[in-house]
Design a protein around this ligand. Structure first.
Ligand code: NAI
Ligand code: MG
Length: 400
């Protein structure tokens, strides 16, 4: 019997192209696992009115380890229109299966590393003082940032209304600041609640500090907006200060989300570990990913006490899903699989994979269309881009 059982959920679109590539890499490093396929995503929604089928939930509950590709979501009206006719008008509501999965299994630690590989033409560069064009007047900061994003609460808690019911309006009316909105007719009013619990805040901040300790980083940055969003960002910051006391050798720095996005271009290399609530963390991790190659390089883990699911942060990219050969970059998915190895304690194999990717990128002979700055499409291959499979082949070659 294999040591691990991994539930593989390719999902929609390019999820089906990149997930199998990550399995080739896991096999190459000798990861002792059995893989069980599970359905998730748009086809499940259309056929069952549920994008996260019960069987998938049961498998994850039992085996606790998942690899996920990507899903397609669409706005409410489009979702309803695409339900199979027998299910239409029966009150089915589309929920994103990945958000549901995070909430169902309390996958509250969302970890998103954004690490630059030397030689990636997509890496962020900045002008030196006195530097100009056509001369070596630029530097390329070494970016190694991991964003710890709270994965289950905040603005994505899902407690929201357009035209809130009377009892909700009554509660809102009890707040003096709601006076400015009190006379609006219901349909003119939309409300989303930002919910932060002390316990979840403690867990995400602790995960960030533990990671900083493991990697030997000097500080952790809490990125919120406590001067304006006083209650929820205030609680995040207060908890961060409490947790920091348990880590005397690691500093706690504090930034505001708006300023942090400005500093992104100024000194990104100074931020190794950033912790944030759900929406801010989502924004921050995409912003940092943009400095190290974008969606083709952005891996993530959704980690709970019991279950953990690893996924690239990109979506299903439907416009590329039908291309043959596939052209998208499998590196984000492969890096996500490496994070799964970290999670189960197989750090050495995880590092082997990351080194193999680093070698391929440094060498620069095999590059997918995104790394060539080509427009994605059927022509990319004839223009000289590597296919999805060729990129994996190159990684496998380095693992030999
Ligand atoms: P997307 O991430 O699917 O694609 C945006 C663009 O990024 C693509 O057109 C492509 O140019 C590039 N890209 C994405 N992955 C790439 C890769 N591996 N290699 C090279 N280039 C890559 O986001 P989009 O177009 O906004 O959404 C498409 C669908 O995916 C939507 O239905 C959306 O709801 C869903 N989505 C799902 C996510 C998930 O499963 N976690 C996350 C984001 C979007
Ligand atoms: Mg996102």
């Amino acid at each position: 019997m294999a040591k691990y059982t991994v539930i593989t959920m390719p999902g929609d679109g390019i999820g089906n192209q990149v997930l199998p590539e990550s399995l080739r890499v896991l096999k190459a490093v000798g990861f002792d696992a059995e893989y069980i396929h599970a359905d998730i995503g748009w086809d499940c929604w259309r056929a069952q009115g549920n994008a996260l089928p019960d069987r998938t939930i049961e498998l994850l509950t039992k085996h606790k380890l998942g690899l996920f590709g990507a899903i397609t979501s669409k706005p409410n009206k489009a979702a309803q229109a695409e339900l199979k006719p027998e299910l239409q008008g029966k009150g089915y509501v589309y929920y994103s299966p990945i958000v549901t999965m995070r909430q169902k299994f309390n996958l509250d630690i969302c970890m998103r590393p954004c690490v630059g590989f030397t030689g990636n033409p997509l890496n962020y560069i900045r002008k030196k003082v006195g530097g100009g064009f056509g001369e070596p007047g630029f530097d390329e900061p070494k970016i190694d940032t991991t964003v710890f994003r709270q994965g289950t609460e905040g603005m994505y808690a899902g407690v929201e209304w357009t035209n809130p019911p009377e009892n909700v309006r009554a509660a809102l009316n009890s707040h003096p600041r709601f006076k400015a909105f009190a006379s609006l007719p219901g349909p003119e009013l939309a409300v989303s609640c930002r919910i932060i619990t002390r316990k979840a805040a403690q867990r995400i901040v602790t995960a960030a500090f533990e990671y900083a300790k493991k990697r030997g980083f000097k500080g952790v940055t809490i990125c919120e907006k406590p001067n304006v969003v006083r209650e929820t960002s205030g609680m995040m910051e207060e908890v961060a200060k409490e947790v920091a006391k348990n880590y005397p050798g690691i500093a706690l720095w504090s930034t505001n989300i708006d300023a942090q996005l400005m500093w992104l271009n100024k000194n990104p290399e100074e931020y190794n570990v950033i912790v944030s609530s759900n929406l801010f963390g989502d924004i921050l991790s995409d912003a940092f990913a943009g400095l190290v190659g974008g969606l083709g390089f952005a891996a993530s883990g959704n980690i709970g006490d019991d279950v953990a699911v690893f996924e690239p942060t990109h979506g299903s990219a439907p416009k590329y899903a039908e291309l043959n050969p596939p052209i998208v970059n499998p590196i984000a998915m492969v890096l996500s699989a490496a994070m799964m190895l970290d999670h189960v304690g197989e750090d050495q194999n995880a590092n082997r994979i990351r080194r193999a990717i680093a070698d391929v990128v440094r060498e620069g002979k095999v590059r997918t269309y995104d790394m060539m700055r080509f427009t994605g499409g059927p022509k990319a291959i004839s223009q000289g881009a590597a296919s999805t499979v060729q990129m994996t082949d190159a990684i496998l070659e380095k693992l030999k």
